[in-house]
Design a protein around this ligand. Structure first.
Ligand code: PMP
Length: 435
């Protein structure tokens, strides 16, 4: 048995069956440099998924490595977040300033899930209510609270949660009942539904709406322009808070705004973030209006949230993003790739839609005979891209969407290379499915 096959056997023996691995022959990544990784068998890949959006500025970035090594050299990998930590204060100042939220304060966690738990805790306590609103097809994590606001059952582990959640329309324009509607009418229908939920199911006593500006796991679907602004107006009437989950959309990834919610012209009460901020080091957090943050009576929420190593990595990563104006790069490279994919997909019956914004784009696959969602074709596209040296991700309500979020440091040459591989892979999958 090869070393690789043996590792896979050992993985299956000691790790839970639900820890799913991508690809028929799963990959062990052992090296990374720039926007590329290498597997244990020596094959190189251009990385269009970066973990799951974790390595926001690529691999082995000298600025991040140096910052972390400098912190390690002090001898303090971690002590306690009950002491003053310079890195936390500096990072919080930057995020508060960038957030656009008035009087913002920041709390750090280890992950996006914990960030959402914290935001929901803050909202529930501030409003003295366990009733929350969330979007259909959403994903916010798999902890007990986060499950409750995740509207995509296929991506949750158990169907129970301590929260009392109601799910809103907004990312489901594709449903037959909305066919042929203008965005304006759709938004009207959605707002009427929200008002109905507030008046009937909840009695108006709602803590918050939590929403992703572009749904990540849901397959990079986006509510039409104006919907979140219309929701916010109604929520304001009831005093309910708006939480934007920026775990995937933050840090300029969508090109248009530094935060995904800026695409919708809304200033939220709170934002949660994680993933790319530490460029691979575990960090997440919440930025919220100071009065909401200060209302909680606690002495912290976790031992390692905001630890010095993650703070060093996050400060260096965020500085890099800002110094190199990677938001502008995301807008430019994203426009090239999305435009190229649209041209490549035109006339291919296996593609239902190419969509996205900035460096967050997806290809939705359909059965060429029936037009129905086709998870096997998404899997085939992933395998075809891998064979050609490109890593991509999967998502969507039915697992029929190939989603991509390359590092924000993507170069012109890498964008062209990735687009070339995707075009060839799409043609190969189309050929196999239609011949
Ligand atoms: N929110 C969103 C929008 C996410 O995509 C994810 C992770 N896929 C999470 C929250 C949870 O973050 P984490 O995995 O860091 O706990």
């Amino acid at each position: 048995m090869s070393e690789h096959a043996n590792l896979l056997r050992r993985h299956k023996a000691v790790m839970p069956s639900w820890l799913a691995l991508n690809y028929e022959d799963p990959i062990e990544i052992v090296g990374g440099k720039g926007n590329r990784v290498t597997d244990a068998e020596g094959r190189g890949y251009l990385d269009f998924f970066t973990g799951i959006l974790t390595n926001m500025i690529g691999y082995d970035v000298p600025e991040v490595r140096d910052a972390v090594e400098r912190q390690i050299a002090t001898g303090v990998v971690h002590t306690s977040t009950a002491y003053l930590l310079r890195g936390q204060v500096e990072l919080a100042e930057k995020i508060a300033r960038l957030s656009g939220i008035p009087d913002a304060k920041v709390f750090f966690t280890n992950s996006g899930t914990e960030a959402n738990e914290t935001a929901l805790l803050l909202a529930a306590y501030a409003r003295r209510s366990d009733q929350v609103l969330a979007m259909r097809q959403s994903y916010h994590g798999r902890s007990f609270g986060a499950i409750g606001v995740t509207g995509n059952r296929a991506w949750t582990n158990i169907p129970y949660s301590p929260l009392n959640a109601h799910f809103l329309h907004g990312a489901d324009r594709h449903l037959p009942q909305f066919a042929g509607m203008s965005d304006e009418t759709y938004i009207d229908v959605c707002v009427q539904d929200l008002r109905h939920v507030l008046a009937t199911a909840t009695g108006g006593d709602v803590a918050a709406l939590i929403a992703e500006p572009m749904q990540g796991v849901g397959g990079f679907t986006m509510a039409p322009d104006g919907l979140f602004a219309a929701y916010k107006e109604v929520l304001d009437e009831f005093g309910a808070l708006f939480i934007s989950d920026e775990v995937q959309t933050g840090w300029g990834r969508t090109g248009q705004g530094f935060w995904g919610i800026q695409n919708h012209g809304v200033t939220p009460d709170m934002m949660t973030f994680a993933k790319g901020l530490g460029n691979g080091f575990a960090v997440g957090g919440v930025v919220a209006r100071g009065e909401l943050m200060d209302a909680l009576h606690a002495v912290g929420l976790s031992t390692f949230g905001g630890n010095p190593i993650s703070m060093a990595a996050a400060n260096a990563t965020l500085d890099y993003v800002l110094d190199h104006d990677l938001q502008a790069n995301a807008a430019r490279q994203g426009a090239t790739i999305i435009g190229g994919l649209e041209r490549a997909a035109a006339g291919l019956p296996v593609v239902r839609q190419v969509r996205g914004k900035g460096l967050m784009f997806a290809i939705e696959m359909a059965d060429p005979a029936t037009g129905e969602p086709a998870p096997p074709l998404a899997a085939a596209l992933m395998e075809a891209a891998r064979e050609r040296g490109l890593l991509v991700g999967k998502g969507g309500l039915y697992g029929n969407v190939v989603r991509m979020a390359p590092p924000l440091t993507l170069t012109d040459a890498e964008a062209a290379e990735g687009l070339g591989i995707l075009t060839a892979s799409l043609e190969a999958v189309n050929e196999a499915a239609t011949s």
